[in-house]
Design a protein around this ligand. Structure first.
Ligand SMILES: [Zn+2]
Length: 699
């Protein structure tokens, strides 16, 4: 896929068009010329156009006769694919799997949840609005035929399919029951969530296979008719919960990884880093709405300062930025949005010459995640009708670890199974409460440590195998130097440093140990491993609420010999295991303890060092073919506009490479520097929101 449009397009736009047609005014004022004019005004290089929206109406004369009535037969897909390309833009056709039209016209195709409801009964607390049909029903062929129609009748550069991940529930429709029966011989779908029941886990894996099977069908359909077109799906909501069915094979069915993320900057960072490592072409697209509250405000736009920070945070990850607008019911668009984005995209343009899809993202620490661990063991035994869609402890611990690394200026990435063959390039790998691991992962991390790698793992890591079997001991027990015994019944616990662990918890002691707002694993430290902290418990009885030692809190009282943090040598490498997920915790003391553990594991010079404050994130890319490093600094404060930051000190590891120039881009203004034989050191000029610095070295 080298040289594909998505490897050199950084300015994209998507206009949401979720407009029904019960009123003839709806979309009646849509004007393709105006649409393309506004894209030009916004300086967009790749535009998306809705072929269908979540209401399921087609913006083209579809054979299925589901065309939007307000368009009066006007084929806007034809108009926009043609004029967009004439204007030099890449055109990507958008298709939405959700369809209220199909839901209403074919109630027999509906997704049915465990309560027997269709999605329009409850979805997103907005009854009546969202209709989702099941791809195990004949809806599957309906979608395939519409995709064929689009591919056969229009010229475009890519197809992007939204809302294909499973619809936030196990589907109990008759088509799913039939498929399950045909494949397994079981007449009833599982009704109780249990991640330690191999039958339930096998069912979840089957749901993922069903998703991949449908996704492949659509991908193959496009590839067959339009082999040159890219195919990508909205993958970002994978993190919302296991219900959505995200998995590695699903990611691999994308030419580039893309999604709309409305959350805080940390989510952007985390998502871009994962997408970068999980995309074979390192092609990442980050989309966000211009209207505030993820489009809910419609007329209130996010501030220019906020959008600028998000744009450049994406660019700092070599990602492409897509802004999302929402059309007015009449079909008109607010020019203000496009003027605003045009100003921002014009700020971006001069930097594009310095972006390179082949650049190497310089990372010392890898946060490792897998889809199988996006579960919560507390759900075990819950009936399907009562289970909530929620982010998992593993995901929250991973994202929180990312935040600590940004604060501490530690060069890091987020990786998953796609990067398993490249883990040797990381100094330290973090396994944040990674409850499920398969044999390939266990073997990869065992070998990694044996050969000298450094590993941090916490809490439930490696207790369940990929088939839903709870192991009596950690699968990484030997590597981590610990044996599993059980778990504290208390869900508030403490960690007290031992003599050799004092540097991790300098302000804490056995009398005043550090709080963990969670239980901890009860473990035994094995052989040569060293205990850096031990568990202290409050005097409470979770089964007797009347037993407490302080009404407001649960202070530490019972000193135990159970290890809370254990360090181990294995082969040529080292590990640290924490019995509670310290990396998941928000307080400064907890972050500092986690960062100290990781910093002590890092025994080689990092790619970069900096004293940048917590609101500033630094990323570094090596462009070997240009003999340079590109360093990005993004200032993203909680309250905007940013207060500028002066004199940030930066050190970039060049090793033997001798620096020839350090300059501020895009104008290559020289920055004075020093070189100590290993690092080039300089001060960043006043940072408002974004700086890009080139560090050139002699060949
Ligand atoms: Zn179904």
């Amino acid at each position: 896929m080298a040289g594909k449009w998505f490897e050199k397009s950084y300015r994209r736009s998507l206009v949401d068009m979720h407009i029904p047609d019960w009123d003839e005014r709806f979309l009646s004022e849509f004007d393709s010329k105006e649409y393309v004019r506004l894209m030009k005004l916004a300086c967009v290089d790749s535009l998306y156009i809705y072929a269908t929206s979540c209401v399921g109406l087609a913006n083209f004369p579809a054979k299925a006769a589901n065309m939007h009535k307000g368009l009066n037969g006007k084929d806007i897909i034809k108009e926009i694919t043609e004029s967009g390309r004439e204007q030099g833009m890449n055109v990507i056709v958008y298709y939405n799997i959700w369809s209220k039209w199909a839901y209403d016209n074919h109630p027999e195709w509906r997704v049915v949840n465990a309560r027997g409801q269709g999605t329009a009964d409850y979805m997103w607390d907005q009854p009546g609005r969202y209709g989702v049909c099941c791809f195990n029903s004949p809806y599957r062929d309906f979608v395939k035929e519409q995709i064929e129609e689009l591919c056969e009748n229009y010229a475009f550069d890519g197809l992007w399919i939204d809302m294909i991940l499973l619809p936030q529930t196990i589907c109990y429709c008759s088509s799913c029951r039939k498929r399950y029966y045909d494949e397994t011989g079981c007449s009833e779908l599982p009704r109780t969530i249990n991640w330690e029941n191999p039958d339930f886990v096998a069912f979840q894996r089957r749901r993922e296979v069903w998703l991949n099977d449908f996704t492949s069908l659509l991908r193959n359909t496009v590839n067959r008719i339009k082999p040159e077109a890219s195919v990508a799906y909205n993958v970002s909501s994978y993190s919302a919960g296991w219900q959505l069915g995200g998995n590695v094979e699903f990611f691999n069915l994308n030419d580039y990884l893309s999604g709309d993320v409305s959350g805080e900057p940390l989510t952007v960072t985390y998502t871009c880093k994962l997408f970068y490592s999980a995309s074979p072409t390192h092609s990442v697209e980050f989309m966000t709405s211009v209207a505030d509250s993820n489009l809910l405000e419609h007329t209130i736009l996010k501030s220019k300062e906020y959008l600028r920070a998000k744009l450049f945070l994406t660019i700092a990850h070599n990602g492409s930025f897509g802004f999302i607008d929402a059309i007015d019911p009449a079909g008109t668009l607010n020019e203000r949005t496009y003027r605003l984005m045009g100003e921002l995209f014009n700020e971006l343009k001069p930097y594009e010459a310095y972006l390179d899809a082949d650049a190497e993202f310089c990372q010392d620490v890898g946060i490792y995640t897998n889809f199988e661990s996006l579960i919560d063991l507390k759900e075990n035994g819950t009936r399907a009708e009562d289970v909530k869609v929620a982010e998992s402890p593993h995901y929250m611990a991973s994202v929180s670890a990312a935040k600590s690394f940004i604060h501490a200026n530690i060069p890091f990435g987020v990786i998953n199974k796609c990067s398993l063959s490249q883990i040797d390039k990381y100094q330290v790998i973090v396994l944040p409460d990674l409850v499920v691991m398969d044999e390939r992962e266990i073997e990869a991390f065992r070998t990694y440590v044996e050969k000298g790698g450094r590993l941090y793992a916490s809490a439930d890591t490696s207790l369940l195998d990929a088939n839903g079997n709870r192991r009596s001991n950690f699968m990484l027990s030997e590597v981590l130097g610990v044996t599993f015994i059980g778990r504290t019944p208390e869900n508030i616990t403490y960690a007290a440093p031992t003599e050799i662990g004092r540097s991790l918890l300098p302000d804490y002691s056995q009398k005043y140990p550090m709080t963990l707002q969670s239980g901890q694993q009860l473990i035994q430290a094995d052989g040569a491993s060293a205990v850096l902290a031990t568990i202290v418990l409050p005097d409470i009885d979770p089964d007797n609420v009347h037993r407490f030692s302080s009404a407001i809190s649960s202070p530490p009282e019972i000193v135990t010999a159970y290890p809370a943090i254990v360090s181990n040598m294995y082969g040529s490498g080292r590990t640290v295991y924490a019995a509670g997920a310290i990396e998941a915790m928000e307080k400064e003391a907890q972050r500092s303890c986690f960062v100290s553990i990781v910093q002590e594991l890092m025994d080689k010079p990092a790619w970069f060092e900096s004293d940048a404050p917590k609101s500033v994130e630094i990323t570094l890319f090596h462009q070997a073919k240009n003999n340079r490093f590109i360093l990005n600094a993004v200032n993203f404060q909680k309250e905007l506009p940013n207060i500028p930051v002066d004199h940030i000190r930066l050190r970039v590891k060049l090793e033997h490479r001798k620096p020839s120039e350090v300059s501020l881009l895009p104008n290559r203004e020289p920055i004075p520097y020093q070189y100590d034989g290993q690092y080039v050191e300089f001060r960043l000029p006043r940072l408002e929101t974004f700086h890009m610095v080139a560090v050139h070295y002699a060949q």
